[in-house]
Write a protein that binds this ligand. Sequence first.
Ligand code: ATP
Ligand code: MG
Length: 349
Amino acid sequence: MTANASAPETNVIATTMSDYVAEHPRLKYLFFGGKGGVGKTVMAGATALWSAVAGRRTLLASTNPVHSLSGLLDQDVFGRQVAVAGVPNLFAYEIDTRETIERSKREIRDKIQWFLKFAEVSTKADEFVESATMNPAFEESAMFENMIDLMFKDEYEVYVFDTAPTANARRLLGMSKVYGLWVNKMMKSREEAQGLRQLLSFTKKKEADPLMEYLIEFRGRIEHARELLTDEQRTAFFFVTLPEALPIAVIARFINWFHEFGIPVGGVLVNMRIDRSVVGADTAEFVRNRLAMQDEHMATIWEKFDGQVRAVVPLFEDEVRGTAMLRRLADALFLPETGALGTGRERVP
Ligand SMILES: Nc1ncnc2c1ncn2[C@@H]1O[C@H](COP(=O)(O)OP(=O)(O)OP(=O)(O)O)[C@@H](O)[C@H]1O
Ligand SMILES: [Mg+2]
């Protein structure tokens, strides 16, 4: 069944957001992706708040260089993990992008310097470091590494990541096979070289090999990250869209990629749906037109994402800011009364 302009929403959500969470009791890493401005930050915030209110120690983390968590929460959470005022169990953290990138550069510099010394090449490391780090892909991957580190530290029961590094996760997982092969090959030739060295040296003492250690560690990290990110009991990516053509096209593409790489898709969250119960004949024409436009796109959404829609969240009369408003959004997301439009009970347990 599809909705049309004159009929009320008749589609029923088979598996709601609450159903999904209940069916995945070990869910630990939640990501929110989607086109710019569709509500990824507020959905991540509401989900983290929901999880914390349910008694789980939860971290809401942002990897977006243009942060918005401090604004959302009316609290400075930049560069450190901060307890959110008024919400027990909830912590928020805007990762310091600059600091992360600088630290990654230092690490790379050390490795390159060590390698040049090892290979007895008398070139300054700086040129290599510059060319290796002066590109957006490096910054992205530094942020991704930082996110992975947070996950590995395992200090929270639930992690909610605002601004899923969608393209990055996909790239990393696509690359993990290639990385694996490459690292194995590198290790093999390192082992051969080591063997030869030992054979030629008088002392039979095994030399420490930092490069080898690094390769082994790196391979382990990638493998571990891949395990976590593809485990559908623990990880879910949620895609936020508006009932509009472009955001729908964007997430349709993401979902296809994710299926290809075996990354678990939690579902689709539709945001800013106009509540038809407040739209009448005397409502401004542009609002009525907009509602009709949304109706058409909703029909596409039900069809395209059949069985994957987890919530339809209404457009509120005001922006979503502060924990009181987040609670309202969490209600719409997790407690929709009808499963059709988030006009449900306005409460959080
Ligand atoms: N259901 C809603 N009703 C009213 N306002 C909303 C709703 N959802 C989000 N907003 C507002 O829309 C704006 C964009 O939301 P948000 O910042 O979460 O989007 P985003 O996808 O994270 O954007 P970006 O891509 O820039 O990170 C914010 O001002 C937010 O308060
Ligand atoms: Mg955002």
